[in-house]
Design a protein around this ligand. Structure first.
Ligand SMILES: [Zn+2]
Length: 218
């Protein structure tokens, strides 16, 4: 497998990168600045790529955020919700059509360098809020990627039916650098501990019964 991984520097995509390294895949990491409030994750993506010894590119699409207003992740005028990841209020963190945009960019890059796979780490815990993490979306996206070019392109999404705590267990077992990963949507110096993805992260370590290496503000 020759795979471009959509790599945020978060826990999920880090476990995916570690897994493909274990599987001896030819891997390149692609991180994208799409104007996200928590672009701090990109610094973490660089550090993790170095630790894994993988080629890594950061694409600066930061002005994209201006086109994707209305989401609390890309629009500073929308406040970031606190609470559980699956709550209705978390819908404000959906970035319009984000994964189709990012996967399209990763797909174009994969085709241009002769790779046969793009990979993303959507998991079952994302399904409640994020339509573009669901199996139906991934299946349709793979179909359209294959219609868009002569070369076949696989959309690898091995975690689509796994829960976040399963990824923590898997990453821990493989020795993935979970302590270097960044989740928090607030993007301050430390994880805030209150936003949806911080709450989800804490819960996943707890349910996996693995010590959480993260320093939280609260
Ligand atoms: Zn947070």
């Amino acid at each position: 497998m020759k795979a471009v991984i959509l790599f945020s520097g978060g826990l999920d995509s880090t476990v995916l990168a570690q897994q493909l390294v274990q599987e001896k895949a030819d891997v390149r990491l692609l991180s994208i600045h799409y104007g996200q409030r928590h672009h701090k994750e990109l610094q973490h993506s660089t550090r993790i790529a170095q630790l894994l010894g993988l080629p890594h590119q950061i694409l600066d699409f930061s002005s994209l955020g201006k086109l994707l207003s209305g989401s609390s992740l890309t629009d500073d005028t929308v406040s970031l919700p606190e609470g559980h990841y699956a709550e209705e209020s978390m819908k404000s963190t959906v970035v319009p059509n984000r994964n189709m945009i990012l996967l399209s960019l990763a797909g174009g890059h994969a085709l241009s360098i002769g790779f046969d796979t793009i990979a993303y780490a959507a998991h079952a815990g994302d399904h409640t809020i994020y339509p573009d993490c669901r199996p139906e979306f991934a299946n349709a996206m793979e179909t359209v990627l294959n219609l868009a070019d002569w070369a076949p392109l696989r959309l690898h999404r091995p975690f689509v039916n796994l829960k976040k705590q399963d990824l923590v267990k898997l990453g821990h077992k493989m020795g993935a650098p979970l302590n270097e990963t960044w989740s928090c949507y607030a993007g301050r110096d430390l994880h805030c501990g209150k936003c949806g993805t911080c709450v989800e992260r804490k819960e996943a370590f707890s349910l996996a019964n693995i010590p959480d290496p993260t320093k939280y503000e609260t």
